[in-house]
Write a protein that binds this ligand. Structure first.
Ligand code: ADP
Ligand code: MG
Length: 540
């Protein structure tokens, strides 16, 4: 054949284009909800049945009859009108493609009424062709009903997953708006039942709780502003099931610039976060791809720098004693204690807080990744972080070893069995109660040369229990205990060459003890000797 290429008939070409924008039910939900948001709705209700029925109801501005008819035309939009508008988009939509694309691949009903109109209008279109227009009674707002999605594009329909999976995409899309737009009431119904009900004017915490349930609390809160750019958000230090959410001017984005800024912090590698950036719309271009979860920053390096600074500030705020190089230090005031008219619990709480806050250590800099130079009560100290950590951890372990704390017991649902020589078992039988005192519950089975273990103190979780029992079968002699604990410390604590993050350093230096020693007795802290300095400078 001479000619392999043909120009597709307009109709087929437009169906393909529609399929690119509207590829699954969640894309319909995204476009319709965004239209409701752009129409200033304060209540939006989304209804999903299977994967072929979607309806979105809002109390927004509505459309005139003329606009409603126009709305399903190709490139019909009220949101931009000239090229310059593309540089400062403040609405979610602007292409005028969504309603057109949706109506092409479904049977779409649009019912809409503006406040000032007495009657609303209903438009029904099938595969993009308007079948009827009629006046109707309705409250102000817009109701779009999409039925038989992909009825005329079977290939697209086949591409869909199960109802459950498609619904999970819808939920993901709804979560974006739920997080970013706390002032808008959002309701999601699945097969007639309420799945999500988020009241308007809720707090971020309420949204998170409704959608993700209770999450672990180890968080850093970000609140930062520089010029006309601001960053707000929450970072969960550990994985919390929330995921990673970045919003730029309330628009959910998968943004490499912000991702890479966050991953600069090693300790945030496993973190979940919700971050809201607010910037002037001219700072980025959203006109990158039709699904619009990507944006192009005009000055990415600047954004990166700002995000990094915002996180550093947040950490410093959480741990006021940190000085992160290149940021000026602020002074944090001590809590004021008023001794009168405070109930006992309250005063204890305040005292605890006061104790927790003072005196504080300030990290001035880290040398060679392992020595910290700190300011503590006006004196300068050099800390060998490894030795310090080892010493601190060692003392904590010893404390736990000697004073059993019930909360720190690890119980096995199925007892853990270990084989040890009969001679050792005989000794253990006599010492059973000693082991119980440290939280190690065991049942020796002499005939089988075995010990069944029901629980252990938490700090033994990484330890070879067979070795442990052998070691202490003759009793807990303090020197032996210390040697054993020192070994655990060596394995657990940071090592020379470990990359230390400021978060870890702050944890290590919390409740700074200038007399800290490593478990073997070597000093971990050296005070800067001012007299020696003076001598060296020839001042005395
Ligand atoms: P875009 O949102 O990109 O402008 P759409 O195809 O999504 O394009 O919508 C076309 C137009 O229809 C919008 O610009 C808006 O004027 C109008 N419209 C759509 N949905 C609504 C709604 N829920 N309430 C009011 N007007 C709407
Ligand atoms: Mg739109």
């Amino acid at each position: 054949m001479e000619q392999k290429i043909i120009i597709l008939p307009e109709r087929i070409a437009s169906l393909i284009a529609a399929g690119e924008v509207i590829d699954r039910p969640s894309a319909v939900v995204k476009e319709l909800v965004e239209n409701s948001i752009d129409a200033n709705a304060t209540e939006i209700e989304v209804n999903i049945k299977g994967k072929e029925f979607i309806s979105v109801f809002d109390n927004g501005e509505g459309m005139s009859e003329k606009d409603a008819t126009l709305s399903i035309q190709k490139h019909a939009t009220s949101k931009i009108s000239k090229e310059e508008d593309l540089n400062s988009i403040t609405t979610f939509g602007f292409r005028g493609e969504a309603l057109h694309s949706i109506s092409l691949v479904s049977k779409t009903t649009i019912r809409t009424r503006r406040e000032q109109d007495e009657l609303g209008v209903e438009i029904f279109a099938e595969g993009g062709k308007i079948k009827h227009i009629k006046k109707i009674y309705m409250e102000p707002g817009t109701h779009v009903i999409v039925k038989d999605l992909f009825f005329n594009t079977p290939a697209r329909k086949k591409f869909l997953s199960t109802d459950q999976v498609e619904f999970s995409y819808v939920l993901d899309v709804m979560t974006r708006y739920a997080l970013a737009l706390p002032n808008i009431g959002l309701k999601l119904l699945k097969d007639g039942e309420v799945f999500l009900n988020l009241k308007p004017k809720r707090s971020l915490e309420e949204t998170i709780k409704t959608i993700f349930g209770d999450t672990k609390k180890d968080t850093i809160e970000i609140l930062f502003q520089v010029g006309n750019i601001s960053i707000e958000g929450i970072i969960w230090r550990e994985k919390s099931g929330i995921g990673k959410w970045i919003f730029v001017n309330k628009r959910y984005v998968r943004d490499k610039t912000v991702f890479s800024a966050i991953s600069k912090f090693n300790f945030l590698k496993n973190s979940d976060y919700i971050i809201f950036l607010t910037t002037p719309p001219e700072m980025y271009d959203v006109n990158v791809n039709p699904t619009k979860t990507e944006i192009r920053w005009r000055a990415p390096a600047k954004i990166r720098e700002i995000v990094i600074t915002a996180i550093e500030e947040a950490i410093r705020h959480k741990f006021p004693q940190t000085i992160i190089p290149h940021i000026e230090q602020e002074t944090f005031s001590e809590p004021e204690i008023k001794p009168f008219e405070i109930k006992k619990e309250e005063s204890l709480k305040i005292l605890d807080e006061a104790k927790a806050k003072k005196p504080t250590v300030k990290v001035i800099t880290i040398l060679k990744g392992i020595f910290a130079m700190v300011d503590f009560e006006g004196e300068i100290y050099f800390v060998d972080l490894h030795a310090y950590h080892e010493g601190k951890y060692f003392r904590e372990l010893k404390e736990k070893f000697l004073n059993i704390d019930k909360r720190e017991i690890l119980r096995f649902a199925i007892p853990y069995e270990i084989s040890i020589p009969k001679s050792t078992i005989l000794k253990i039988i006599d010492r059973k109660e000693d082991f119980e005192k440290i939280g190690l519950h065991l049942v020796p089975i002499l005939e089988e040369s075995k010990v069944k273990i029901f629980s252990i103190p938490y700090y033994l979780s990484g330890v070879d229990l067979g070795e442990f029992l052998e070691e202490f079968a003759d009793g807990f002699e303090i020197r032996k205990i210390e040697k054993f604990l020192a070994n655990i410390c060596c394995r657990t604590v940071i090592r020379t060459g470990d990359r230390l993050e400021i978060w870890d350093i702050m944890k290590i230096l919390e409740d700074f003890d200038p007399n800290q020693k490593c478990p073997h007795g070597r000093t971990a802290v050296i005070k800067l000797d001012i007299e020696e300095l003076e001598r060296k400078f020839g001042r005395c």
